[in-house]
Design a protein. Structure first.
Length: 262
């Protein structure tokens, strides 16, 4: 992994340097990000919020990348909401993600000169794991999998989706089977839904129930598509370069093996 990272750095810094100096990179269209921009404009006009779920993972665990992708989407949503009367409602089930989500909201309002409008309660920690508060898990096998806590989070979020007047239900992060409860509730309310995750076992559910799904690694491109940041676009270019290098390496290895040189 360290070797791959070191190989990744030169194309990344070169792409970043070129983009900062005016290089135009054409990104393939992703319908979900276009739909999100339109929904935020609709939310500002209607004065109703967008719900954003960051999933069941946190910061520092094996699914941190998914949570970070959701926080990048939150940064864009909060930036647009700071200049309108429709701040988003953010839900999460892992306590490590809560202060980060609150800080993203706070910085968005401060950037636009409205720090007094920031409300930390817009980021809501739903259904904490009983093992976190008691230190004793009544069923270690269940709580080790996080399954009980995940469905408790889904139940709490379902209530919010049912009772709150919302424009859209956006779900970007790590999810398990509990996603079906969230997606079905949003569908019953006829909410516009956008979602994505890197969990391969859950992607079929996203594809079947969300009109604008983000498939796998597409959730990690949110910074490039939404904020048009040079670092994010440079990262996408460097990743494409790495893919071509890996393909070239595989093809070269096959040719050399066929010729008996390996």
């Amino acid at each position: 992994m360290l070797v791959l990272f070191l190989i990744f750095l030169p194309p990344f810094f070169f792409a970043y340097w070129a983009i900062k100096r005016g290089l135009q990179v054409n990104l393939r269209p992703i319908a979900a990000y276009d739909a999100l921009k339109a929904l935020l404009a609709q939310a500002a006009e209607a004065g109703q919020p967008v719900h954003l779920s960051l999933g069941i993972a946190g910061i520092g665990d094996q699914h941190t990348a998914d949570t970070t992708a959701g926080l990048t989407v939150l940064d864009y949503v909060a930036d647009r909401a700071a200049v309108s009367a429709s701040p988003p409602i953010v839900t999460l089930s892992n306590p490590t993600a809560l202060p980060v989500a609150q800080d993203v909201l706070r910085r968005a309002y401060r950037r636009h000169g409205y720090p007094e409008e920031y409300d930390p309660a817009r980021a809501r920690f739903i259904a904490p794991d009983p093992a976190l508060s008691t230190g004793i898990s009544p069923n270690p096998a269940v709580y080790a999998s996080g399954q009980t806590d995940a469905f408790a989070y889904a139940a709490g979020t379902m209530r919010l989706l049912t009772q709150q007047p919302l424009i859209a239900n956006v779900m970007v992060g790590f999810f398990g089977d509990e996603f079906l409860l969230l997606g079905e509730t949003g569908a019953q309310r006829h909410l516009n839904q956008i979602g994505g995750t890197s969990a391969t076992s859950v992607l079929p559910f996203f594809y079947a129930s969300v009109p604008n799904p983000l498939i796998g690694e597409e959730i990690f491109a949110s910074g490039a598509y939404l904020s048009n940041k040079a670092a994010h676009i440079g990262s996408l270019v460097a990743q494409d370069v790495m893919r071509w290098l890996l393909v070239a390496g595989v093809v070269g290895g096959i040719v050399l093996k066929t010729l008996g040189l390996l």
